[in-house]
Design a protein around this ligand. Structure first.
Ligand SMILES: Cc1cc2nc3c(=O)[nH]c(=O)nc-3n(C[C@H](O)[C@H](O)[C@H](O)COP(=O)(O)O)c2cc1C
Length: 186
């Protein structure tokens, strides 16, 4: 819902929550204000997806929008900001929609001083190490954790990874979803 407010492809409002970047970001910032007031900013993280075109929530000009968003978020002292690089579950680069993730991180750090920066999307061990060397603080893995409940141990030991079966994703049951064995059981 926050993403739908942020992006002009989905936000068709004509009130204080639509139109300008400041207006489209208002809902996000009010939510963050409310949640951080209730539980403390150190317990709140946010995930941003500048170019994922999910559910028509796309923006033709995401750079100034998300640069503004992270500069505004900098004031809260959040636990982390998590950025999906590219289209979630898809390509990390979208030639038709280039985005400067390093610039985004710098904009945040310049405003926040500090603050954990997490990235994900299509990472393997090498790419994750590269992303960390380039300046991210944390990496996140999604799909690899489905087939490999002991993913961290496998990465640490250089063990092969199991490819999970897409046919059982979103299935609502354990089969092929949370029942892949750990290494010691294989
Ligand atoms: C089965 C499945 C369920 C997912 N559910 C969500 C979700 O509820 N919300 C969300 O923002 N992303 C969801 N994602 C996307 C992942 O969080 C992640 O962004 C994506 O898989 C890319 O990261 P990866 O290459 O490490 O898997 C889901 C992905 C998978 C495979």
């Amino acid at each position: 819902m926050i993403d739908q407010f942020l992006k002009s492809g989905s936000n068709q409002r004509r009130d204080d929550f639509g139109g300008s970047i400041e207006n489209r970001a208002r809902f996000l910032l009010e939510v963050v204000q409310a949640v951080t007031s209730a539980v403390g900013p150190g317990k709140v993280g946010i995930r941003l997806s500048p170019v994922t075109p999910a559910n028509d929530a796309f923006d033709p000009d995401p750079q100034p929008l998300f640069d503004y968003v992270v500069r505004e978020l900098a004031a809260f002292g959040l636990a982390y900001i998590h950025v999906i690089e590219g289209a979630t579950g898809g390509p990390r680069e979208l030639p038709e929609r280039p985005f400067d993730y390093t610039g985004l991180r710098r904009a945040y750090r310049a405003a926040a001083g500090k603050g954990a920066w997490m990235v994900n999307n299509g990472l393997d061990k090498n790419l994750a190490q590269q992303v960390l060397a380039d300046g991210a603080d944390l990496v996140a893995f999604g799909r690899p954790f489905i087939g490999n409940p002991d993913l961290v141990e496998r990465l640490r030991k250089g063990k092969p990874l199991v490819e999970s079966d897409r046919g059982t994703w979103y299935g609502g049951g354990a089969k092929g979803y949370t029942d892949y064995p750990a290494l010691k059981n294989t």
